[in-house]
Ligand binder design. Structure first.
Ligand code: ACM
Ligand code: ZN
Length: 766
């Protein structure tokens, strides 16, 4: 920040800025050299080896990137220049074909790659080192940078089958991947909900299969929007996208998911299913029983025709054949499938049934067809069930186990476990403030912590881990902005997993580098999640001062302003200068303000009663995942805003009463207790069944003041904050023991007869 202030004098926006090489992903080695900086201006030329079209394209990219970031208009040149030039060259001596070197002195910036791809990554680094600011010149201090990726496979997927995306957006997505040094675009093109590739020999795939009549609202609510949804890519469009990606050193790996997730194709060609249909391009989400019939020979005629055309469009060595989530329900009943099982002599063995081996037969047959045409298959880890096709690469998504097993069998593996790599998962705990998503919780830090080659593998086995990939499924993601929001900035974290050596990774340091990458996102008009920039509040009851200690923080120590009266804070509000305390009712609003731009407002309502900030002890143990900061949550003056019990405002108990003792520190008169329960019966969370208040002056012998039973006679699911306000004859005592008892789940509920969860946010005594 300070550096930027000193070096960028603004002369009508034509000042000088200074490059910062600490980009994302961070290069392996950056060595400061002596000597003056290189000054980039609109007079700078970018020189590439004559006759090399890829390098010419690289040079043009750099011209474009510099222009977007700074407004400077450099130009491509073939002249022999000795000054004010950026020289692009190949020929770097390295075993890693994507390695590059950047050498900078006052006369020239030289990017030398082990290949044209290496030069491209050097260009990405130079681009990200360039500040996003309209200037007359940029100073690049003298350095020598050596860099190369850890993994040769650096993937990101996009599902355009659940929700179709236009060609222009797919190109923007590819640009986003390039910015993060991703080199594999796994494109999920076929699904139950839509077929998106034009296939000449089976025209109904797109004529019929690319369109669904309507889409379910929310999460399989049973209600539909009544709006047809569809779209597909023509062969010309697909080839254009493949070429667009190739120029950016990205391989497009198409996925034709088989034999499951095929309802769109079955709708177009019902004879390919076991029952013959009719089928429907579905408008709901999930796993469906109707899959391709593995008994009928015409299924294989179909697959070979489709894959032949897919190979014509996509030159990638890999073709992804899916293989996930293929229920065997129809195959078990189908005479064709059963005849095939008999003919092949398939039986139940080694924990898999004959139908699993039938899927292995389909996979192996498709693999042989593709191998015969010089291609290789990738399949989801379900292809391990039964017998793994001889040359298959396994994409491990249901955890790492499938990948570990495959690597031990000598197969190549791409690691994309849900817990680190599913970008359709929520990125914040407070899901009420997020666009509707599939569920899950995958914050930035967890993506960053991903280790794709676990140490339980030997070094030789680890060589089979080609690399990590993140996936984006789009059941709940319709619009391009939402795609971007789910991917960014998590892809920045993933790019360091993919590119950097693990010993060089550091999350805190990554966070320090992130704001500058985000300036590029802004400039490129990318939507991104901003959670990491929001003000974080930490609230700790202080039993000595009987108040709440409040601490705010941001990842970049931005200026924070706040108010305590519920008003919207601005630069004229109180500036946060360090920890402060609250001992009365307040509504806290806090924002970080950067260059006049406000972050999301952090809002907390504090309500004080006689028990607030008094010492408290729990006599029973909260449920492990819902303990948060424990007993003090019950007297911190902070309540749950809604029934989202995962925000850290609600403490949860299961199979146990909640029993707490509050020390009022002196004899205190009390005549009421108020307790809230978060109730979400669908998640086995019910109202409390009884609340008991006892008092004591010695914390040893307690007498009961009130005991109130709560009845719940509803006979269907419900979800709300249930408030219990109990008044009694005034009592004066120092210690108050509160017992909250859970309910036994009723007859109508799947958990009937078992003790429910209870969630309580606060215990108010007055
Ligand atoms: C998958 O997420 N069904 C591969
Ligand atoms: Zn069948």
């Amino acid at each position: 920040m300070l550096l930027g202030f000193i070096t960028s004098c603004s002369m009508g926006g034509r000042g000088t800025s200074e490059a910062d090489y600490d980009v994302i992903p961070l290069p392996m080695e950056i060595t400061q050299e002596t000597g003056d900086a290189f000054s980039l201006t609109s007079a700078t030329k970018i020189k590439y080896p004559e006759g090399n079209d890829k390098m010419k394209r690289n040079a043009e990219f750099l011209v474009e990137y510099i222009n977007i970031a700074t407004g400077l208009k450099t130009a491509v040149s073939n002249e022999s220049l000795s000054e004010n030039v950026i020289i692009l060259a190949t020929g770097l001596d390295s075993n890693n074909s994507e390695a590059y070197n950047i050498n900078i002195n006052s006369k020239a910036i030289t990017i030398t790659g082990a290949s044209e791809a290496g030069v491209f990554y050097g260009i990405q680094t130079l681009r990200k080192a360039t500040p996003v600011e309209e200037v007359g010149s940029v100073l690049y201090s003298a350095v020598n940078i050596n860099d190369e990726p850890r993994f040769g496979y650096r993937g990101m997927s996009l599902d355009v089958a659940r929700h179709f995306q236009p060609v222009e957006f797919v190109k923007k997505y590819i640009d986003m991947l390039a910015l993060h040094n991703v080199n594999q675009f796994h494109w999920h093109l076929t699904e139950d909900q839509g077929w998106r590739i034009e296939i000449d020999s089976y025209p109904r795939l797109t004529e019929v299969g690319s369109m669904r009549n309507e889409t379910v609202i929310g999460r399989n609510s049973g209600e539909f929007d009544g709006i047809p949804h569809g779209g597909f890519y023509t062969k010309d469009e697909l080839k254009d996208i493949v070429e667009y990606a190739k120029e950016r050193y990205i391989t497009v790996i198409p996925e034709v998911d088989l034999p499951g997730h095929m309802l769109a194709a079955l709708t177009a060609y019902p004879e390919l299913g076991c029952t013959g249909g009719p089928y429907e391009v579905v408008g709901e989400w999930g796993v469906f029983d109707d899959i391709l019939c593995a008994g009928k020979e015409e299924t294989f005629t179909f697959l070979e025709a489709v894959l032949t055309e897919v190979m014509e469009i996509f030159p990638s060595e890999y073709i992804h054949i899916g293989g996930d989530e293929a229920p065997k329900t129809r195959w078990e009943e189908c005479p064709y499938c059963q005849a095939r099982i008999k003919e092949l002599g398939l039986t139940d063995r080694d924990g898999h049934n004959a139908e699993h081996y039938l899927q292995s037969y389909v996979t192996a047959r498709v693999e042989k067809f593709l191998n015969d045409h010089g291609r290789r298959i990738i399949g989801w880890d379900e292809i391990l069930e039964g017998e793994l096709a001889p040359n298959a690469t396994v994409m491990s998504w249901r955890g790492m186990e499938g990948g570990i097993q495959a690597a031990r069998m000598g197969h190549d593996v791409i690691m994309t476990p849900t817990t680190y790599a599913y970008f359709d998962y929520y990125q914040a705990q407070n899901t009420d403030e997020e666009p509707l998503g599939i569920g899950g919780f995958l914050p930035l830090e967890q993506v960053y912590s991903f280790e794709p080659a676990p140490d339980i593998l030997t070094d030789d086995e680890k060589k089979h881990i080609l690399g990590p990939q993140a996936n984006l499924w789009t059941e709940y993601i319709k619009e391009p902005w939402h795609v971007e929001y789910m991917v960014l900035p998590r892809l920045a974290a993933m790019s360091e997993v993919q590119w950097m050596q693990p010993e060089n990774k550091n999350y805190e340091n990554f966070l320090e580098r992130l704001p500058r990458l985000i300036k590029h996102y802004d400039k490129l008009d990318y939507t991104y999640a901003t959670h990491v920039f929001d003000v974080q509040g930490k609230y700790t009851p202080n039993f000595e001062t009987n108040s709440l200690d409040v601490v705010f923080s941001t990842i970049d120590d931005a200026d924070v302003f706040y108010s305590l009266d519920g008003t919207e804070p601005s630069e004229s509000s109180i500036k946060y200068e360090g920890k402060f305390s609250i001992s009365e009712d307040a509504e806290i609003n806090a924002v970080a303000i950067r260059d006049g731009v406000k972050s999301k407002v952090l809002n907390e309502v504090v309500k004080v009663n006689k028990a607030t900030y008094r010492p408290i002890e729990l006599l029973t143990t909260p449920a492990r995942s819902y303990e948060y900061s424990g007993a003090e949550m019950l007297i911190d003056g902070l309540t749950g805003k809604n029934t989202n019990y995962r925000t850290g405002r609600w403490i949860g108990f299961q199979g146990e009463d909640l029993v707490a003792v509050i020390d009022m520190q002196q004899p205190t008169e009390i005549s009421s207790i108020k307790i809230n329960n978060a109730v979400v019966t669908g998640d086995w969370i019910f109202d409390s069944s009884e609340i008991i208040v006892e008092t004591s002056d010695d914390k040893n012998s307690f007498v009961t003041v009130v005991s109130e039973k709560i009845t719940d006679d509803k006979n269907e699911h419900w979800s709300e904050i249930s408030t219990h306000d109990i008044t009694f004859e005034p009592v004066t005592a120092r210690y108050f023991k509160i017992t909250v008892k859970p309910s036994v789940m009723p007859e109508w509920h799947p958990g009937k007869g078992r003790s429910a969860f209870i969630f309580v946010d606060e215990m108010s005594l007055n």
